[in-house]
Design a protein around this ligand. Structure first.
Ligand code: KIV
Length: 278
């Protein structure tokens, strides 16, 4: 069954075409309405509502705490901000233990507004079940944040690289529409990209994947630590700190609000009001 005849998603067939033409796919995470609006306006190809929402936005200690209800809530906000953009939603930890559970979980995210779902690990049977249910799937290999608590490079040894390639091929044969490759050497990502039909999207996987994804909080400089794989396109974190501190100071000093920020009653209404109040 191929991607188009299965009816999985005519939206994702566009990405196979981009791969064929050598056009890079730009994916970025978003978790809320204003960010989704900005990303849609910038022409982002795919918005990922990732389980990175847990540690970046919800204050959780790990991706494992993220629930299906969390992802559905954020998918709804992102869909309102980006009605036309392809939305990929993460299936959270332990929500795809069996093919039946994966399909039920994915349906919930589809109802919230996601076009495709992503799950981590070499689980071709899960991918096949989702595809058979008409749900577009993105695989995720290399570093799997839900399963690898130590965040380190994967696929460094020839043996690890070979098994990653075999896993990618198995997911591809199961009908995935995309494959995220996280934190692996460029050489391995390039080999996988050439070996499979589905477009590959790299994060810390070098330059030769079919597309790239970054976590918006890292890319904007909200995350205190910077990572080698990341590029900060702005450093918004310090701006947020400075603006908040200025506001607190001005409120305390009586400098906010100023004349420009307030409203007055018409004179005649004021005299009636103050006369009555006297
Ligand atoms: O949750 C997420 O943001 C992700 C990216 C790291 C690819 O899965």
């Amino acid at each position: 069954m191929n991607q188009i005849s299965s009816g999985v998603s005519s939206k994702s067939s566009r990405f196979f075409e981009m791969k064929r033409r050598g056009e890079k796919i730009a994916m970025l995470t978003a978790y809320d309405y204003p960010t989704a609006r900005a990303e849609a306006a910038a022409g982002v190809d795919v918005i990922l509502v990732g389980d990175s929402v847990g540690t970046n936005i919800l204050g959780y200690k790990s991706e494992q705490e993220v629930t299906l209800a969390d992802i559905a809530h954020h998918v709804r906000a992102v869909r309102r901000g980006a009605p036309e953009t392809v939305i990929l939603a993460d299936l959270p930890y332990r929500t795809y233990d069996t093919p039946e559970q994966a399909v039920a979980s994915a349906r919930m995210l589809r109802e919230a507004g996601a076009d495709l779902v992503k799950f981590e690990g070499p689980r071709p049977a899960i991918a096949a079940a989702l595809v058979a249910a008409g749900i577009g799937v993105c695989g995720h290999l290399g570093l799997e944040p839900q399963h690898h608590l130590e965040k380190r490079l994967k696929g460094r040894s020839a043996q690890e690289a070979k098994s990653l390639l075999a896993n990618a091929r198995a997911l591809d044969a199961a009908g995935i529409s995309m494959l995220v490759l996280e934190l692996i050497p460029e050489e391995v990502a390039a080999t996988v990209t050439r070996a499979i039909k589905a477009p590959t999207i790299g994060i810390g996987a070098g330059r030769l994947t079919d597309g790239q994804v970054l976590v918006i909080c890292d890319m904007l400089g909200f995350t205190p630590a910077n990572f080698r794989h990341n590029r900060r396109y702005h450093n918004v974190g310090p701006l947020l700190d400075a603006a908040t501190a200025d506001y607190v100071k001005e409120v305390r000093e009586g400098r906010f609000p100023a004349e420009a920020n307030l409203f007055h009653m018409p004179e005649e209404e004021l005299s009636i009001f103050t006369g009555d109040a006297a």
